[in-house]
Design a protein. Structure first.
Length: 161
């Protein structure tokens, strides 16, 4: 009889320890933001699928991919992409504001410099769809108007304000 009582107590102790450990880890993981993972192939598919039909007819997947790579290069220059993308947390100390107009202008210039034969309107649509992809994977912060103080870090009013 004593052996059965000890086995039951041991089983309860094991269950209590396991429940406490699982509960602690669940709470810890729940407090962390999910990690946004950018996968170029998925981004190309997403952007290509979210372009207007006219742009879909004019752009190849290779052109979309090249535009996305150029856009990521611009974001990297602004400090929005970690130097080592695998399991590295962003080290952003100051908010960085990205607006669609400057991104589209940059990409139009880069596309011309690289000899890509794309229409300017298609580049604008690619930027819009690319930013929507960032939002879909959870890689976008609040709009600039919602930042503390309501102005961009450079002291200018955010676009649309």
């Amino acid at each position: 009889m004593l052996v059965i009582v000890l086995l039951v107590l041991a089983a309860l102790a094991v269950f209590a320890i396991a429940a406490a450990a699982i509960g602690r880890e669940s709470r810890r993981l729940d407090a962390l933001n999910p990690r946004a993972v950018y996968v170029l192939e998925e981004a190309v598919e997403y952007v290509a699928d979210h372009l207007p039909p006219e742009s879909q007819a004019r752009l190849t997947h290779e052109e979309v991919e090249r535009l996305l790579v150029l856009h990521m290069r611009q974001l990297r220059e602004k400090g929005l992409q970690p130097p080592v993308a695998v399991d590295h947390v962003q080290d952003i100390t100051d908010p960085v504001v990205i607006d669609e107009t400057s991104a589209a202008g940059y990409l139009i210039g880069q596309a011309e410099a690289e000899g890509l034969q794309v229409e300017d309107v298609d580049v604008v649509h690619v930027v819009d769809a690319h930013l929507a992809y960032f939002d879909a994977i959870g890689a976008v912060g609040p709009p600039a108007a919602e930042l503390p103080g309501g102005a961009a870090p450079n002291g200018h009013e955010p676009p649309g304000v």
